[in-house]
Design a binder for this molecule. Structure first.
Ligand SMILES: CC(C)(COP(=O)(O)OP(=O)(O)OC[C@H]1O[C@@H](n2cnc3c(N)ncnc32)[C@H](O)[C@@H]1OP(=O)(O)O)[C@@H](O)C(=O)NCCC(=O)NCCS
Length: 372
């Protein structure tokens, strides 16, 4: 038996949701660059779930469906209030709340395609409500109910801050959501597919995926990038900080990628957004420092920034608390998880690989009383 550590390069399924071919990312054949420049997040979600861009009428109907599904059961909001606020990371709160949503959904275990699609709409719509409610509750504020007439991106910022965002913030946030929506068989999406391939329910798949996204080698990297920028404090200090970290074999968050070796196509969009937004906030030091780190890591290690690197200074510039960065990733990526979950159900087979055994052989049983 031969093993491939981390399943690198292993093709584990077919999928028509998104592709990474020769370093180009597409969602169902649409280049991410075109989508980032032109699409609303709602259009992208529709595309991922239906394998086609919506026409005007389909988009209106879908947007309305999402808006109407965004209210979270009161019991789930009340449970958020009961968490030990000071020690709970928002990703842990989100993971628990999504699992809790299933308990209040009569269709949770209904496995027809129609029921699964209705649950997908509810999950997509309710994740932003949960993330923003938790962010406010821990500040001693009341959650803000979503406004049905606002876009998905604007609504998130509205529910978070209690006031409608300006156009620049809305556009930037929309673009960030589009860029994070799907990414072939990344770790959390694979987790979701493994989970539902046992014919477990949609909520279990999404809950498992949130757990996988939370880790620092995946979605948790964006929050840690901001922590690093804070630690460094100034572009002049970047060189010594990064060189020392590399000497100590510390991973630089926001760099490197399992699949892209010539650069992550999403990073350039976030870099430009970071430049523009930090210019507007008057805090271009975050962009300058990021560019400096980018140069040093590229020169020293040949590693390029991934989606998480510049998204840190983008979200910071939008006034978002740093531990909400990864939950925002989840708010977007749940669209991809759901697309893959629906695809998995359509043509399911249990996912059950093998392990090469490396433990001892032929051990003799020792009764408890004789064990040392
Ligand atoms: C993304 C990531 C998990 C991919 O991991 P991977 O495909 O298993 O790559 P490896 O960890 O095997 O890396 C190969 C080499 O590059 C080094 N490397 C990879 N990413 C690095 C980073 N961010 N900083 C420093 N060194 C890094 C590894 O230490 C390893 O070096 P070695 O051969 O001397 O041991 C990895 O690049 C990483 O940890 N990045 C930082 C976390 C991050 O930004 N995650 C978000 C991904 S979108």
């Amino acid at each position: 038996m031969s093993t491939t550590k981390g399943l690198e390069g292993i093709v584990a399924t077919t999928s028509s949701v998104s592709s990474i071919i020769d370093g180009v990312l597409t969602y169902h054949g649409y280049n991410i660059d075109d989508l980032a420049d032109n699409a609303t997040f709602e259009e992208v979600v529709y595309l991922l779930w239906n394998n086609k861009l919506p026409n005007k009428e389909e988009l209106e109907t879908f947007t309305k469906e999402l808006a109407q599904a965004s209210t979270v059961p009161q019991e789930v909001l009340d449970q958020l209030r009961s968490f030990p606020i000071d020690q709970v990371h928002p990703m842990a709160a989100l993971r628990t709340a999504v699992s809790n949503l299933a308990l209040f959904d009569e269709e949770a275990d209904e496995m027809t395609e129609e029921a699964n699609r209705r649950k997908a709409v509810r999950l997509q719509a309710q994740l932003p409500t949960i993330v923003t409610a938790f962010a406010r509750i821990r500040q001693g504020k009341e959650p803000v109910a979503p406004k049905q007439e606002l876009s998905f991106a604007a609504n998130f910022l509205y529910m978070l801050n209690g006031e409608e965002p300006d156009e620049i913030s809305e556009k930037a946030f929309n673009k960030a959501l589009v860029l994070h929506a799907d990414h072939e068989l990344n770790a959390s999406t694979f987790t979701a597919r493994v989970c539902v391939a046992t014919l477990s329910d949609v909520y279990s798949g999404v809950t498992a995926a949130i757990g996988a996204l939370k880790g620092p080698l995946h979605g948790g990297a964006n929050e840690r990038v901001m922590a690093m920028l804070n630690d460094i404090g100034d572009a002049d200090k970047a060189e010594s900080y990064i060189k020392e970290a590399l000497e100590n074999k510390t991973k630089i968050m926001g760099f490197g990628h399992r699949v892209y070796k010539d650069g992550d196509p999403r990073a350039k969009h976030l870099r430009e957004m970071s430049r523009q937004l930090t210019d507007i906030t008057g805090e271009s030091k975050w962009y300058d420092m990021s560019v400096k780190i980018d140069e040093i890591v590229t020169n020293e290690k040949g590693l390029l920034p991934n989606v998480d690197f510049y998204s840190a200074s983008v979200y910071h510039s939008l006034g978002i608390e740093h531990d909400i960065f990864t939950p925002i990733f989840a708010v977007s990526r749940v669209s991809g998880w759901l697309a893959h979950i629906l695809e998995q159900y359509e043509n399911n087979r249990l996912i059950r690989p093998r392990a090469e055994y490396t433990g001892p052989d032929k051990q003799e049983w020792i009764p408890l009383k004789d064990r040392k």
